[in-house]
Design a protein around this ligand. Structure first.
Ligand code: FAD
Length: 379
């Protein structure tokens, strides 16, 4: 089956929904295709104890504040899933799921989106597929030799499954610190980090991170020197469980080991630690394989963008993958602005049409071109 629309949004997590909100406001005809069976994107799959690093109000998408979670300053993942479920319903976002996009192709004046449920043709595509689906494992000698269990943070759920085991947690970011804190009480834990852990000050949360990312982007855009952004503040947000474990002295990190051995890990000086399980909290990469047919990857594997727009395929926007697709765009609070900019640029490209009643659809009543500034951005 083949269908046509002005815009296809690939991915129905927070980034895809924020895009949908702005496309709806601009009166564009669009569909959101999401591979998950239910709303909530990656938040449906994270570990049980995960807490947002910001209070609810600072974790909101455009148009609707996230309500506070009773009894919690830092909401849990289920609260985010509930919020996103309500969000797509409230704004009547046309999400089709489960629909997995296999590839995006050039097809004359359109982009053709091939899925496991048929084909869509569109004037523009927003890719908002996140990173959760592409866990990154570093090349460490001996990984194949280790006889215990290895899992990525994306597969970890709760300490119950590892009770009384000898566990090595690798990684000095938020995932590593949160999972190490989670396991510090019921397992024999070794936490290893490439450099000594850098905790942000206890009173810094997502608000400050968002401000730091925005200030950095602004400085770079205005040709001023790099402020260092979020990285200048530290690597680990001291959410309450992390703070607690740290203050109890349970989060002491060892330097990164040199190799894995059959029964554990070994450092260059000959020291060893025995382990049943190694958990790799070593990050994620953008899930972009569906864009391969467009041949956009540059020499270092990156797709070149200005803002969210692909330099080599202007009908394509990339949203929510990290600072390179908009400051703090991989966060709930940060994705709204790049989503708005992407929707406006697309409206410019396709010739914007506004529907009566905006949020709920209805008859098309007018066509409204948007003024573009000389630097190509829209205001
Ligand atoms: P996702 O939530 O991954 O949504 C992408 C959607 O696209 C998914 O539903 C997926 O199934 C779908 N998809 C993927 N490929 C295809 C395809 N080929 N076809 C169709 N659909 C596809 N941010 C904060 O603001 N606050 C926090 O406290 C915070 N904590 C985090 C903790 C962890 C451990 C991690 C990993 C991230 C955290 N983030 C946080 C960052 C970010 O908010 C989340 O990663 C968020 O899930 C990103 O949303 P997204 O919409 O970009 O991607």
């Amino acid at each position: 089956m083949s269908r046509s629309t002005q815009v296809v949004v690939i991915g129905g997590g927070q980034a895809g929904l924020a895009a949908g909100y702005h496309l709806r406001r601009l009166g564009l005809d669009f569909v959101v295709l999401d591979a998950q069976a239910a709303p909530g994107g990656a938040w449906q799959h994270v570990w049980d104890s995960l807490r947002l690093f910001s209070p609810a109000a600072y974790s909101s998408l455009p148009g609707r504040l996230m309500p506070p979670q009773p009894g919690e300053i830092h909401p849990d993942a289920q609260h985010v899933v509930d919020y996103l479920t309500d969000y797509e319903k409230r704004y009547e976002l046309p999400v089709e799921r489960p629909v997995r996009v296999a590839g995006v192709h050039r097809d004359g004046g359109r982009l053709r989106v091939e899925t496991d449920s048929g084909t869509w043709r569109a004037r523009a595509v927003i890719s908002a597929t996140g990173t959760w689906w592409r866990p990154f494992l570093p090349a460490v000698p001996g990984r194949a030799a280790f006889e215990g269990r290895q899992l990525h943070a994306a597969e970890y759920r709760s300490p119950a499954e590892l009770a009384d085991r000898r566990v090595i947690v690798v990684g000095g970011g938020n995932s590593g610190a949160q999972i190490a804190a989670d396991l510090a009480y019921d397992t024999t834990l070794t936490w290893v980090t490439r450099r000594p852990p850098r905790f942000l000050a206890d009173d810094i949360d997502g608000r400050a991170l968002f401000d730091a990312a925005t200030a950095r982007r602004r400085a770079l855009d205005e040709g001023r020197s790099d402020t260092g952004g979020v990285a200048s503040l530290g690597d680990i947000v001291a959410v309450p469980p992390v703070r607690e474990a740290r203050d109890l002295g349970l989060l002491k990190a060892e330097p990164m080991f040199g190799r894995l051995v059959p029964d554990g890990v070994a450092w260059a000086d000959g020291t060893r630690a025995e382990a049943d399980t190694v958990i790799w909290c070593t990050g994620f990469r953008p899930a972009l394989s569906h864009l391969a047919p467009l041949g956009l990857r540059g020499p270092r594997g990156r797709i070149a963008v200005t803002g969210t727009q692909s330099v080599d395929e202007p009908r394509l926007h990339l949203l929510g993958y990290g600072d390179w697709t908009g400051p703090a765009s991989a966060t709930l609070i940060g994705v709204g602005r790049p989503a708005r900019d992407a929707a406006r640029r697309i409206a410019n490209l396709v010739g914007r049409t506004r529907r009566a009643g905006q949020a709920g659809g209805g008859a098309i009543v007018s066509s409204l071109p948007i003024a573009a500034s000389t630097d190509g951005s829209t205001r």
